[in-house]
Write a protein that binds this ligand. Structure first.
Ligand code: AMP
Ligand code: MG
Length: 346
């Protein structure tokens, strides 16, 4: 009997890495922020302090960027049509407006009135009627958002902005920066569909980030080997409701005001900026296969992507060659070439 607690303690120490000599200490934290369960792990002597700093950074950003917290900067802009925002919100808005322009409006933070109409903000899901959608559609368009210094103005009365497709990515960058500032060079941060890999694993190898199978979430379509990179997935399976047998998900096609039906089941974007990866994964999801490939070809040095189509095809951009493993029937997308037609490597 007396031996048992000691055994348990030993097992605990082994599991959490404190007892193994030569291996760095592991610290973990899990918390709820931005409507998401976040799990962070860091290695090294200052791991625990680094994770506290990272968690504080995420809460600070949630307080600035949330559409629902009445004290947030974005809430004030939506409420009054104009507002002065802090540096974080300004950076996020600037990126959002750039991606809006570069994707022909597929990425559009002014979908907020639509998100509310579909019930994605309150959780009281409903399918709005055609007349309601077309009335709300008149409020949508990031051309109606002006950012002048730190002042944000919404041109269309009744419109609103929603940073749900980009805020967590920016939060992952801020969390990674907070961790590095504490002298930690090995950490892995999971913010729902947003993962950020800080440095390498404690053994010096790349982090391996799994990409969920959008049709079977306990499975994965593959994994990417990365270091100092964000790996961000957008998918219709991540948030949705079902009405009369039809599935309605949370990524809205700004052209129709309805959940995007672009033929893609998920899009994962890999690049060194979590903010950009987050915005792009949503944008490419709306653009669909052809548009996503065209956008990647026009910006191929800037990011890589894994596209999963509604038919289950897995398309991987050229920069991931040798870094993506898993799916047997991967189609490699080359920088030059006619879509995916002649690039099969299955
Ligand atoms: P993500 O999971 O990053 O793809 O973001 C999805 C969230 O972004 C939604 O829950 C909305 O808050 C917001 N959103 C939906 N559609 C769009 C869109 N077309 N452009 C920008 N944000 C969007
Ligand atoms: Mg996104």
């Amino acid at each position: 009997m007396r031996g048992r607690p000691m055994l348990l303690l030993l097992a605990f120490l082994l599991l959490f890495g404190c007892a193994r000599s030569g291996e760095p200490k592991e610290a973990r934290t899990q918390f709820l922020a931005m409507d998401t369960v976040m799990t962070f792990r860091a290695y090294g002597d200052s791991g625990a302090e680094a994770l506290s700093a990272a968690e504080r950074a995420v809460y600070r950003l949630e307080a600035a960027l949330s559409t629902e917290l009445e004290e947030s900067e974005i809430y004030a802009v939506n409420d009054g049509g104009v507002g002065v925002v802090g540096e974080d919100a300004r950076i996020v808005l600037e990126c959002a407006l750039t991606v809006y322009r570069e994707t022909g409006g597929a990425f559009d933070i002014t979908i907020y009135p639509l998100m509310r109409a579909w019930g994605f903000r309150s959780g009281e899901y409903r399918v709005p009627g055609d007349a309601e959608l077309s009335a709300l559609h008149a409020l949508v368009g990031s051309d109606g958002v002006t950012l002048s210094g730190n002042t944000v103005t919404l041109k269309r009365p009744g419109s609103g902005i929603d940073l749900g497709a980009i805020g967590k990515g920016y939060a992952s960058d801020a969390a990674a920066a907070a961790i590095r500032a504490e002298g930690v060079s090995s950490a892995i941060l999971s913010l729902g569909g947003n993962v950020y890999a800080v440095g390498k694993r404690p053994d010096g190898s790349d982090w391996l980030v799994a990409i969920q199978d959008p049709f079977e979430q306990s499975e994965m379509v593959g994994a990417v080997a990365v270091s100092d990179m964000a790996v961000v997935t957008s998918g219709g399976y991540q948030r949705f409701f079902i009405e009369n047998g039809k599935r309605y998900h949370h990524i809205i096609d700004p052209r129709t005001g309805r959940p995007s039906e672009s033929g893609l089941a998920s899009v994962t974007v890999i690049c060194d900026s979590g903010m950009m990866a987050d915005a792009l994964s949503t944008a490419l999801f709306v653009l669909g296969e052809e548009g996503a490939i065209a956008h990647w070809r026009a910006h191929s040095g800037e990011f890589d992507a894994v596209l999963v189509t509604d038919e289950g095809a897995v398309l991987v951009t050229q920069g991931l060659e040798g870094r993506f493993s898993g799916a047997e029937h991967t189609i490699l997308l080359r920088e030059a070439g006619p879509g995916r037609a002649f690039n099969q490597n299955a």
